[in-house]
Design a protein around this ligand. Structure first.
Ligand code: GLY
Length: 581
């Protein structure tokens, strides 16, 4: 357990938590299918990966079933009935980061529980009850699990925000000692600034790798879900606790919002890349459409002959990303509210038309690139998990709370964190959200609308109809470009999924007009060559404390008759945190 790349012929599970992956593996071994395994892994992640695994957030599933069906389920959060377009603008009509990210208003109606239960009911093997599937998650919440150093460091880092919330303090702050009390007093009497207070608190190491995190309220919520399905969350005691939390903290979510919530099966976005079928998530995710658009453009080039991460390769990627993200800002939003031009964006002809706007000799300025005319938005706060079984089912789920630990607010008595997904809407036309993404009308806030996402769970099927890869990522706007580079590595450069994931990446997204790169991605010479092509670099922030930061990908790859699972070490401090099967 815990090594990076074991393989076998039974199936594969990959997630950010070794404990959660092991749960999925156990269900595969006990005769479950990939859907049983992924739902069991998902509920366990809500316990063992608190920064991003969740009950209080939302996500997407993309799958290819053993019968050849492509499936996608949208269980994205939804704007509450009381929400309105300008709700995150302050008295000066400026976007308020505090309101959009750290308030109870920042939470959309959670979709994860509805989604996971629906997947289990509709696609599970029928060999297990929901109570059986959720028993391991309940066990780890009730009896505790030993935290990783990544979780220990995250919990300490966010102390100042947890301390603003009673529920979060109870679970995630280990001890309110004299140092903390002293800092709180200093903040109150004004002898320390808010920024210095947060910095000083973050320096206090309380949690250690291996500490036991017990979450009793969460265990009780999970038990209600296990017994009553979705109703155990959207109705009854859990719903009452959510409403109480909202009412006492000026949140918008009502009882009716909870009762109205339902996940939606949507047409997955499909395309081809060098003869392979690519199936990914459509709106309200931008991921699938942008991925296929970029693959369509790249297909026109002999990538295999291009040296990986050479200036020519990175130039092409950057230009293609620029074109696709320009389209994202204008054209994409919740399909129930906005006519997304998916056929256009994913057509091979449109890809060629867009390519005519760029040159291989010089970088285009993003201000010169507009969106195409239609005929008619980490830190890694998201998490992706993938399962393949040996019956032919291939599944990927990406879920998110938006930022790390969501809004850092726990529903009192229910033990789970609330998302701050409302920031994925475009709060003010042309103004960047937490991921630097801008948007306009297509992604403006409206009641019952779902915010545009970058989550890109993706499945690739070879030209003989055999599933070869299920992959996805965490990392906000960097998700799509990470999945893109992994697919290129697997198909064009014939790497296995672990090699593909390990390969250093670059990222750009139209605006801001710059190119980011990971440690070791580019040589100094390549950087000089790209600068000569007029590329602008974002050198800072690409590597934090020596840790890679351009998205975190997980997936399973069927290659040479075995399942190879890929785990991304970016953002983790433990060498063996993830498990593969
Ligand atoms: N919350 C990030 C995303 O959904 O893209």
């Amino acid at each position: 357990m815990g090594c990076n790349q074991p393989t076998n012929t039974q199936g594969g599970v990959s997630s950010t938590s070794s404990t959660a992956s092991q749960v999925g593996i156990d269900f595969l071994e006990q005769g479950g299918n990939a859907f049983d395994a992924i739902v069991a892994t998902g509920f366990t992640l809500a316990v063992t990966s608190p920064s991003n695994g969740n009950l209080g957030g939302g996500g997407f599933l993309v799958a290819y079933t053993k019968d050849g069906g492509a499936v996608s389920l949208d269980f994205r959060e939804e704007a509450p009935a009381l929400s309105y377009e300008t709700m995150f603008l302050d008295e000066n009509d400026e976007y308020s980061r505090e309101l959009a990210l750290n308030s109870h208003k920042s939470s959309g109606v959670p979709g994860t529980v509805n989604g996971l239960v629906k997947i289990f009911n509709d696609y599970g093997s029928g060999n297990f009850t929901l109570e059986e599937i959720m028993a391991p998650a309940i066990h780890y919440a009730e009896n505790g699990y030993h935290i990783s150093s990544t979780t220990a460091s995250g919990l300490d880092y966010y102390k100042s925000l947890f301390l603003n919330d009673r529920g979060a303090t109870e679970i995630f702050v280990k001890e309110i000692d004299n140092t903390i009390l002293g800092l709180q007093k200093a903040l109150k009497d004004g002898s320390i600034s808010k920024e210095d207070y947060a910095k000083e608190l973050a320096k206090i190491d309380q949690w250690k790798k291996g500490d036991l995190l017990v979450q009793i309220d969460l265990a009780n919520t999970l038990k209600r879900i296990a017994k009553n399905g979705s109703a155990g969350f959207y109705e009854g005691e859990t719903a009452e606790l959510i409403i109480q939390e909202m009412n006492t903290n000026d949140g918008f979510i009502t009882k009716k919002d909870l009762l109205n919530y339902d996940s939606v099966y949507r047409n997955p976005v499909q395309g081809t890349y060098r003869g392979n079928k690519v199936i990914s998530m459509g709106p309200p995710s931008s991921g699938g459409a942008l991925l296929i658009q970029m693959l369509n453009m790249i297909e026109n080039f002999d990538i295999k002959s291009m040296e990986r991460n050479s200036s020519r390769f990175v130039h092409l990627l950057t230009e293609v990303q620029r074109l696709a993200y320009a389209d994202r800002a204008i054209h994409l939003g919740d399909p129930d509210f906005w006519p997304n031009p998916i056929p256009m964006l994913t057509s091979k002809d449109y890809a060629k038309e867009r390519l005519s706007l760029i040159s291989m000799d010089s970088a285009t300025r993003s201000t010169e690139i507009a969106a195409g005319k239609a005929l008619s938005k980490e830190s890694v706060e998201t998490t992706h998990y993938s399962v393949m079984d040996n019956q032919g089912n291939v599944v990927g789920i990406t879920t998110t709370l938006n930022m790390s630990y969501g809004s850092k607010k726990v529903v009192d008595g229910a033990g789970f964190l609330l998302n701050n997904e409302m920031d994925d809407f475009s709060s003010k036309p042309g103004t960047a959200n937490a991921f630097g993404l801008i948007g306009y009308k297509a992604n403006a806030i409206q009641p019952f609308k779902r915010p545009l996402s970058s989550m890109s769970p993706t499945v690739v099927i070879d030209n003989e109809g055999n599933p070869i890869v299920t992959i996805g990522a965490a990392g906000g706007s960097r998700i799509i470009t990470a999945v893109l580079q992994n697919i290129i590595s697997i198909i064009d450069h014939e790497l296995d999924i672990q090699q593909a994931i390990d390969f250093p990446r670059t990222h750009s997204q139209w605006l801001p007009d710059n190119l980011r790169y990971e440690k070791d991605a580019l040589t100094q010479q390549t950087i000089s060559e790209l600068e000569a092509l007029n590329h602008i670099f974002e050198h800072s922030g690409t590597v934090e404390n020596g840790v890679y930061s351009l998205a975190q990908t997980h997936g399973v790859h069927f290659k040479d008759n075995k399942f190879i699972t890929g785990f991304d070490k970016r953002g983790t401090y433990d060498e063996n945190e993830g498990i593969t099967y």
